[in-house]
Design a protein around this ligand. Sequence first.
Ligand code: ADP
Length: 278
Amino acid sequence: MAENNECTHDCSSCGADCPSRGGEAIQKEKLNPRASVKHVVGVVSGKGGVGKSIVTSMLAVEMNRRGKTVAVLDADITGPSIPKAFGAKRGVEAVDDVMIPHYTKTGIQLMSVNLLLEDEASPVVWRGPVIAGAVKQFWTDVVWQDVDYMFVDMPPGTGDVPLTVFQSLPLDGIIIVTTPQELVSMIVEKAVNMAKLMNIPIVGLVENMSYAVCPDCGKRLNIFGESKAQKAAEQYGIPLLAQIPLDGKLASLVDSGEVEQMENDYISPAADAVEGVE
Ligand code: ADP
């Protein structure tokens, strides 16, 4: 159904499961019978490079510190950054047609295409349906072990691939990651509308690279001007969960695969909201 609830009969640009789809609605994939996952939260962004993976990683670390069993499904197949952030190398085990996820140093379960590739630097040049198929397999063929919260690093954007992933995984909620520049465009609005069309609850908005802190005087510098995040969140009717500064220390931890050693609490309010996801 189109945004104004009028069906345009163009199912390729719409995710609603309505009669006009003529029975070709995409089915939610079934979790592997040997796996157990209680809550699934997607982390999305209107475009790449805004910090979706960093936010996914921080959420996973924070929830793990809170004593939850946590997993990350890296569905950003063409730009997989999750293994790097956790210092995880190739070596996922396949046993009897199922895959055992990688366990990080602190016990977070990971699955990413980069853990399967011979050479992690080789580009994934697959077409949309193959990408979507790989994500589905990460859901159906991986033995996720007693997971309380799974975070899905979603493919960026609002095109065909994210749409299929949205439809095939049973997401309980999504977190939208944005930057100050993105907020002034229509991109975030598109992501909000996509989630609403799919009837997936939006947990809230995280503004990344929101500001910087002067290393000398500790003053908050609004590099991109006064933040518009609160206003945008109100406009979309969703909570603003966190504002994360540009932080060189955080970037170097992520670059060196040590995100589990982060010392900030930027993501804490977003983790509180995730704990409320049914
Ligand atoms: P996305 O998943 O949206 O493509 P990433 O999370 O991979 O984006 O982030 C892109 C790059 O920007 C990474 O190198 C990351 O370390 C850096 N980065 C993201 N957020 C911050 C931040 N708040 N402070 C410093 N560097 C950041």
